[in-house]
Design a protein around this ligand. Sequence first.
Ligand code: NAD
Ligand code: DAU
Length: 337
Amino acid sequence: MRFLVTGGAGFIGSAFVRMLAKSTNAEIVNLDKLTYAGNLENLASLPAHVKHRFVHGDICDAKLVESTIEQLRPDVIVHFAAESHVDRSILSPDAFFETNLRGTLTLLEGARKLKVPRFLHVSTDEVYGSIEPPHEADENYPLRASSPYSASKAGSDLLALSYFVTYKLPVTVTRASNNYGPYQFPEKLIPLMISNAIEDKPLPIYGDGMQIRDWLYVDDHCRAIMAAIEKGGPGEIYNIGGSRALPNVDVVRKILAALDKPESLMQTVKDRPGHDRRYALSSEKLMRETGWRAEMPFEEGLKETIAWYRSNGDWVSRVKSGEYLHYYERNYGGRAV
Ligand code: NAD
Ligand code: DAU
């Protein structure tokens, strides 16, 4: 098969490309703008024989998108490219509108004009907003996005689904919970806490730290996306959860314990504005229709992830330099309570 992957130099996109390279003979074209979150080092382990071509460019560039589709004639577009971090969307929402909405529209238009047979739009459980216990969201749950990030993702989901209804473009939408694993940019909770703890730096806990997230190992997510491509229906939405809901402080305590670091490194900081208290979703539909299951137990996945960050200190120090330091100061400066 021929895959056009967008955002394949980011955290989840690169894991998906590595998975395709390992388990298929697919021809892969990887379109990525290489923002602060894109990193070709994430693909350095691809064996030489893999049919992978990198295209450096923006998904908002209609000419580039169309020529890339025309050249490859993909069987499927797997659309990961996005601005993905909630805190950055609170600081500067513009890029979220551009990439997540304009970029998705540009890809959908390219796919429609050139009749791409399958379009997998990668989305998030954040579109459902905060969910009161004991409820969990199925795919029909109302969209109640809280942040500019989640609003832009909800908008892009609706755009993608409208292309199925209006133009019969065979679009499938997946909505996954919080991912973790190797190569994740250290702005998200788990890699930030691991890398700060390794360096004996404070671990910033937003508010009371009792917000709940459902953790999904990145390779389980990638397998779920393949299952949705192979066995899911066009026009359908599939939730992908990790079945491991934990309050943030429990996650951070597990990290500190694994690294043998003191809990005094945790530092309460002012809460995130509009902070969603709890995410909870049902993946029943995907499991029933495709047989997919999340396989990685959280404790084991966390152990592997910590080991990866420990032995990839060079990768971490390269990405934690330059722009990262400015972001860190903007997001965390003066926030201690
Ligand atoms: P990431 O921030 O690590 O990577 C995003 C990638 O997209 C980067 O390589 C970046 O260079 C590229 N990109 C950004 N703007 C672009 C543009 N205009 N044109 C081309 N490329 C561009 O993100 P991630 O965590 O790997 O998330 C991937 C997708 O999965 C996103 O759509 C995100 O909304 C979704 N998602 C993420 C999570 C999570 O926990 N990280 C969970 C559910 C869904
Ligand atoms: O649910 C899926 C979503 O998960 C994805 O769509 C997003 O791309 C991804 O960023 C993630 O969003 P969250 O906001 O849930 O993830 P984040 O890692 O930023 O934060 C997880 C929780 O940890 C959240 O309650 C905020 C808290 N947190 C986060 C950071 C970065 C802290 O307490 N301190 C921090 O420094």
